[in-house]
Design a protein around this ligand. Structure first.
Ligand SMILES: Cc1ncc(COP(=O)(O)O)c(C=O)c1O
Length: 400
């Protein structure tokens, strides 16, 4: 039975190194720089740029891709809504494309139907830790000259046709929020192989400082102690993470294999528990692919069992709880009521776009039926126990 710790002496050691350095200009940003180098290496990418969270990384990826006022960006509605809120943050318009019934992921066919002359980029989401079918998506993107941003907030070390997820699009964004495979409480990072995109990501997330370069993530005292120094060459945001985040994330990165493995072990127990049940359906994983199971999700494919009833019984038997999938993004009040802090003018005036009329039938079928189980069990015995309770719950409803 496998057992690990979520946070070890290594994270504490790196944090103490930062605190011992007293955030002086000599030591500051050392951990973030180390994290960026090691993350790029681990993800087989040329550059990694760390930021405050996985929403900021998506926003900056869009800005780097040249997405701006009135452009359209295609994204899935079945995901945590940062995947489309970032589009509005970039003053652009999210256009929702439906997902696949078997994988719950955005598809090339559905993306293609939504492409217009205004489309600038595509955001693909590796929901729950599984990559969409990226080859046909990249093909369409090349055909139409669109940039592809992988939202891999929930996906670390998964494989797509043998390739590491995070190496497939023009850029890939990851989150270190507290529930993610590796965490620093908050934090995010974006990877790319493209020199120009990397420089933009750095500059835009670093207040547009001119002295920030591809490798250099911050300005130094020598830069700024000149009265004639011109700092801001372009509009930028301050999305840089602290070195404390860098320290924790670096230690988690060094332990990433075991952190991911534990989630896969939990998922294997859950998969065993639903074997033979014809009314609970897990995400379909192709033989060529590997799922990293940020969560284990099944669809309740029956009208005989009610979602709330299933959760109640599971918890009565001792289950830890079941999450629902997020409400579809376009059904969130912010979208339905166009509460976009003034940006709705860009959308209304130009396109008469109404999110109340958007229809993604497959996502609308799946979302209310999805049961999401957490996989962050650091003791395999705990995961096994939860899987047994799941089996017990299935048996209860089968016999009823
Ligand atoms: C798919 C997805 N995209 C983006 C985000 C945003 O990441 P963050 O919370 O770090 O801003 C999250 C998670 O939180 C997510 O699950």
């Amino acid at each position: 039975m496998k057992k690990i710790e979520r946070v070890t002496e290594l994270e504490k050691q790196y944090v103490m190194e930062v605190l011992d350095g007293e955030f002086s200009s000599k030591t500051s940003y050392k951990m973030v720089t180390r994290l960026e180098k090691e993350f790029a290496k681990k993800m087989h990418r040329k550059y990694a740029i760390a930021m405050v969270n996985g929403t900021a990384t998506l926003h900056m990826a869009l800005e780097a891709a040249g997405v701006g006022i009135g452009d359209e960006v295609i994204c899935p509605p079945l995901t945590m809504s940062s995947s489309s809120l970032c589009v509005l943050q970039a003053n652009a318009i999210p256009v929702f494309a439906d997902v696949d019934n078997d994988t719950f992921l955005i598809t090339a066919d559905n993306i293609e139907k939504k492409i217009t002359s205004k489309t600038k980029a595509i955001i693909t989401v590796s929901l729950y830790g599984l990559s969409p079918d990226m080859d046909p998506i990249m093909e369409i993107a090349h055909k139409h000259g669109l940039k592809v941003i992988e939202d891999d907030a929930q996906c670390f070390l998964a494989k797509y046709k043998g390739r590491l997820v995070g190496t497939l699009g023009d850029m890939a964004s990851f989150s270190f929020q507290s529930s993610k495979h590796m965490t620093a409480g908050e934090g995010g990072i974006v990877v790319t192989d493209d020199d120009e995109l990397a420089l933009k990501l750095r500059r835009y997330s670093g207040l547009g400082y001119g002295s920030i370069g591809l490798e250099k993530g911050r300005i130094t005292k020598d830069d700024i102690q000149d009265p004639n120094y011109e700092r801001h060459v372009i509009l930028g945001w301050n999305y840089r993470p602290t070195d404390l985040v860098g320290a924790v994330a670096l230690a988690q990165l060094e332990r990433l294999d075991e952190l991911v493995e534990m989630r896969k072990i939990a998922a294997r127990h859950f998969l065993n528990a639903i074997k033979g049940c014809n009314w609970l359906r897990a995400q379909k994983v192709n033989d060529t692919d590997e799922h990293s199971y940020w969560a284990f999700c099944v669809v309740l494919d029956t009208n005989k069992v009610n979602w709330y009833e299933f959760r109640k019984k599971f918890m009565e038997f001792g289950g830890d709880g079941i999450y629902s999938a997020w409400k579809l993004s376009y059904m969130e009040p912010a979208f339905k009521n166009m509460n976009f802090l003034g940006r709705e003018k860009l959308i209304n005036n130009k396109y008469e776009y109404d999110y109340n009329k958007v229809k993604c039938p497959i996502a609308e079928y799946l979302q209310p039926r999805m049961l999401q189980f957490k996989t962050d069990y650091w003791d395999e015995a705990d995961a096994m126990k939860q899987a047994e309770i799941l089996k017990q719950t299935i048996d209860y409803f089968d016999k009823r």
